[in-house]
Write a protein of this length. Structure first.
Length: 51
């Protein structure tokens, strides 16, 4: 079994805090950008085109 400090980490795109790999992300780790559902819901919205 691995220790938490040995797991891969990423930086959350919303809160800029580091978060570690989780088993539920095993198949999609490359696409994971947010540390939680709350951060995904609060992600910055892109400006509408033309503004």
């Amino acid at each position: 079994m691995r220790r938490k400090c040995e797991l891969p980490q990423k930086i959350c795109a919303t809160c800029a805090r580091p978060f570690a790999w989780r088993k539920k992300w095993a198949k999609t780790w490359q696409e994971v950008r947010y540390c939680s559902d709350k951060c995904r819901a609060n992600r910055p919205k892109a400006d509408p085109p033309g503004q």
